[in-house]
Design a protein around this ligand. Sequence first.
Ligand code: PEP
Ligand code: MN
Length: 337
Amino acid sequence: MVIVMKPEATEEDIQRMVDKVEAAGLEAVLLRGEKRNVIAAIGDKREAAIDTLAAARGVERIIPILSPYKLASREVSPGVTPVRLNGEVVGDRKVQVIAGPCAVEDLDTTLDVAESVKEAGAVGLRGGAYKPRTSPHTFQGLQEKGLEILHRVGEHVGLATVTEVLSPEQVELVARYADVLQVGARNMQNFALLKALGAARKPVLLKRGISATVHELLLAAEYILKAGNDQVILCCRGIRTFEDHTRFTLSLGAVAYLKEVTHLPVIVDPSHATGRRSLVAPMAKAAVACGADGLLVEVHPQPERAKVDGQQTLTCEAFARMMDELRAVAEAVGRTI
Ligand code: PEP
Ligand code: MN
């Protein structure tokens, strides 16, 4: 259940409620909001405790939450929880676009793409320094050198940097360089990593696993939230189905559904979802139309020479054109870009 405290509840009221929840044998997780604070009471003894808790001072109402993702549920927080991207926010009216190469390759290419995507309206620069490749024989990323390049370019151009972290041991190092820590699809249920990211003081971009259900995605987010980090962005990047005309299948129904059930912002990665350059802009438009809070897009000055994922990567010019086209779509659904 979730205990919503009144706006005027004092710190003492809140602490007393936390103590009561714990005394009832439940775990109390305090979520501080801008307007009011809520306490999630987690455990099996819900019904037993409800009456005594409801009578306490400072309590506005108690909402029994039956869904297993108690902290990610929209019932906890009716609006969208804004996730900070440097000066910008994901989860507000403006659709935020993060763009860049699949992998950081060198300083000049990264700078080139960063300047172009910034000019076209992106707020974030993506680029993998540690690449989770299907084959161990392919390019694995520039590693710490890649983090340095991404950081330098992001600062120089004025873009928030987003890069993948592969293991719990890497969290501290990657967090030193990057603004947002990405959990790749193949790591969505790496629970040790999710817990470590919960303790990190940086926003997390959590990608849906290629064969994970939406329910499992929300429970993965729950690990990060429960460990104390409410800055989580969910990312739909396509799932594996029987269909093989695209690299993966982009379920936009999942995006619309997530917008109904969770307060976490939801973004879409049309690049990995389709695996085809020509389909990136159409699916980006569809994603914005169905309520996505942002996009994650692969862009490279010369996609045919990209070390990774060139076939699904837009040129800088194609990215700028897509951004122009997206403006009309965003406006049609009451948003900006
Ligand atoms: C990526 O964003 O480059 C990436 C590896 O994505 P995913 O984990 O979705 O495959
Ligand atoms: Mn990629």
